[in-house]
Write a protein that binds this ligand. Structure first.
Ligand SMILES: [Zn+2]
Length: 280
């Protein structure tokens, strides 16, 4: 079957752990970097209790994320420490399966949220951790600050056997992808999609089809993936953002993002609908 991963039902999110913990996974975070821990086969794995004890001097604080069955999952904020090496989340996220990518992204986002909300944004008073919720609470004015999520749309625009792909100025050479953009206050997701496609490449779309979502923790996005049918208009680039955009025949695509990205899945799913073989 050709489906985006099902929600992971075995992970249960929570903010406080039980008193006794038998097994635990630890994700060590420094800024937007994650500490690397490889097993004998060079595969990334979470740190264990024993590992964490070795780096206790570097620990700045810990956050319970929730449980995977009987495994308690924690994010730990750390400083540099001899024996710890870090990778930027962006460099390693694609190497994880969806379960681990979700946990690692969650760990980095929770640590960053905590770090960035030590003081109230309204009155400047020191905040405290909310007793039940994942929130930082101001006792002076009562404002609670939750981890920020920034929803965005990501869309494959199609026209029969062609798809519209674009290059952002930041993309690696030759790589084309689907269009994306952030939701603005007051907008529905559908309005965002139509506006962003219009702004970035100048075309009008119709028949929007929602297919799935992907957390994108750079730093706090949630991407909502769509297919949309071309309606009218010629390509006109938003030049500050888009270096190039073209219609590509589905049997002759340029370089596109890797398999772990929702953009790739949106493309592969469309090829699949047309009966075109998708590379594994
Ligand atoms: Zn306040």
């Amino acid at each position: 079957m050709f489906t985006w991963p099902e929600p992971n039902k075995s992970f249960v999110s929570a903010t406080t752990s039980s008193e006794t913990i038998d097994k635990a996974w630890y994700f060590l975070v420094k800024g937007s970097e994650i500490a690397v821990n490889l097993d004998a086969q060079e595969r990334w794995q979470p740190f264990t209790e024993m590992d964490v004890a070795r780096f206790s001097a570097a620990e700045q604080g810990r956050h319970f994320l929730g449980s995977m069955g009987d495994i308690a999952c924690f994010a730990i904020e750390v400083n540099d420490s001899p024996g710890l090496s870090f990778s930027a989340l962006r460099m390693v996220l694609g190497k994880f399966d969806h379960l681990m990518a979700g946990l690692v992204g969650r760990a980095v986002q929770v640590c960053n949220w905590f770090h960035n909300h030590q003081f109230c944004g309204k009155c400047g008073a020191k905040t405290i951790i909310h007793k039940q919720d994942r929130a930082m609470l101001c006792r002076e004015c009562g404002i609670a600050s939750y981890p920020r999520l920034s929803p965005s749309i990501i869309v494959l625009v199609h026209r029969g056997e062609e798809v519209l792909l674009a290059r952002n100025h930041r993309f690696p050479d030759g790589v084309y992808s689907t269009l994306a953009g952030f939701v603005e206050p007051g907008e529905s997701i559908e309005q965002t999609l139509v506006r962003e496609v219009g702004e970035e490449v100048g075309v009008n779309v119709k028949n929007l089809e929602y297919l799935g979502s992907q957390p994108w923790p750079f730093p706090d996005s949630l991407m909502l993936g769509f297919h949309a049918e071309y309606d009218s208009g010629d390509i006109v680039l938003q030049e500050e953002e888009i270096a190039d955009a073209q219609w590509f025949r589905c049997d002759n695509l340029p370089a596109i993002p890797g398999k772990k990205a929702i953009s790739r899945w949106l493309i592969d799913d469309y090829l699949h609908k047309l009966g075109i073989a998708v590379s594994p």
